[in-house]
Design a protein around this ligand. Structure first.
Ligand code: C2R
Length: 340
């Protein structure tokens, strides 16, 4: 059986993080391959593994590495397939590896997940593949229900058992934490292109400059898109209704500053992959950490700060798994950049 995902570790010492990925892939019943190769120590081996893997039919690569983690970027140099990067905490809490992986130049994005989040890398890879595999999509939905169930269970296992005199937890109407889903009023929020494949949500008007970079590249890749400025904190109902009304959306791109509520908000409303573009604010603070550091079960594929163009290229790479025409258009984009 040809595997769909290839995991490459920079060293055998990264195996504990790869085990988190493997546990998820086993649960989701996705065939995968796993290899150890280093961009620094064995560059030729990386090239061969990645080229041969791509030719054989690998759909998504996962690169796991610590320190100056150039491994995922090197994988991306040899394949048109999407590459997911997992930074490993070896030194500096993994921040060195995170920065090396996420801050890739255009047009070579790495879909970066949080430090040591091998589990989220596998879920993200599965989400990419599920765009053309409905049975896998259902298995992902079921897996996410397990994470939700765990929250409920913790209330019973931990909170219910606390024995303190002044705790009053039984004053709410909901008794068993079985709450109804919010009522969605479809088409309450207008969209220019309700059938769009890629939906771009921007948290505030100031970040529209980054959204513009996304749309310019999506147009070149002939990918349909819709953009909305809507904040999940200031206009929660509108935000929910907009996300829910975009029924054909295959990928969401969230563009956001501060606490990255946009990407975090979309995650709870869809099982489709989410790309996060962290922005800088007026003081020059950036919000990469608040975008990428998602808990297990809910990945956000983070690209570099303000790098809207890489978000679009990543969306193109994901969609190109089942649409070879986009591979050709991506090639043109890359050649053009090199010729500049
Ligand atoms: P050793 O334990 O083998 O010394 O490796 C590995 O991923 C590992 O986390 C220590 C750390 O170095 C990382 N490494 C890279 C690369 N190759 C190895 N970041 C690379 O090519 O990017």
């Amino acid at each position: 059986m040809i595997p769909k995902i290839m995991i490459i570790l920079g060293s055998g010492s990264d195996i504990a993080i790869a085990e988190k990925s493997m546990d998820i892939l086993e649960k989701l019943e996705i065939p995968y391959s796993i290899k150890i190769a280093s961009a620094h120590r064995t560059p030729n081996l990386i090239r061969e593994i990645v080229k041969q893997g791509t030719d054989a039919g690998i759909e998504v690569f996962i690169g796991i590495a610590g320190l100056a983690a150039h491994l995922p970027g090197t994988i991306a140099a040899y394949t048109p397939r999407p590459v997911i990067g997992v930074p490993v905490d070896v030194k500096t809490g993994g921040i060195d590896a995170l920065q090396s992986i996420v801050q890739m130049p255009y047009p070579s994005p790495i879909a970066t997940v949080g430090i040591d989040r091998g589990d989220n890398a596998a879920i993200l890879a599965a989400q990419f593949i599920a765009l053309h595999d409905d049975e896998l999509r259902q298995r992902i939905i079921n897996l996410r229900k397990e994470y939700a169930e765990k929250v409920k269970q913790s209330n019973e296992d931990i909170i219910q058992k606390i024995d303190k005199k002044f705790i009053q937890n039984d004053f709410l109407r909901i008794k068993d934490l079985e709450i109804k889903k919010p009522i969605v009023v479809e088409n309450e929020v207008s969209s220019k292109n309700g059938d769009a494949e890629v939906v771009i949500i921007v948290g505030r008007q100031t970040d529209m400059a980054t959204a513009k970079k996304v749309t310019v590249i999506l147009d070149r890749l002939k990918i349909s898109h819709d953009t909305k400025v809507v904040c999940p904190i200031r206009s929660n109902r509108k935000f929910t209704n907009y996300v829910k009304s975009m029924k054909n959306a295959k990928i969401f791109i969230g563009i956001s500053s501060n606490s990255s509520q946009v990407t975090g908000g979309i995650v709870g409303l869809t099982d489709r992959p989410i790309i996060g573009v962290p922005c800088t604010n007026e003081n020059g603070d950036d919000y990469m950490l608040t975008t990428v550091s998602m808990p297990p079960g809910v990945p956000v594929a983070t690209v570099g700060i303000n790098n809207g163009k890489n978000a679009a290229v990543l969306a193109g790479e994901i969609l190109s798994i089942s649409n070879p025409e986009i591979v050709g258009l991506l090639d043109k984009l890359k050649d053009k950049k090199i010729n500049l």
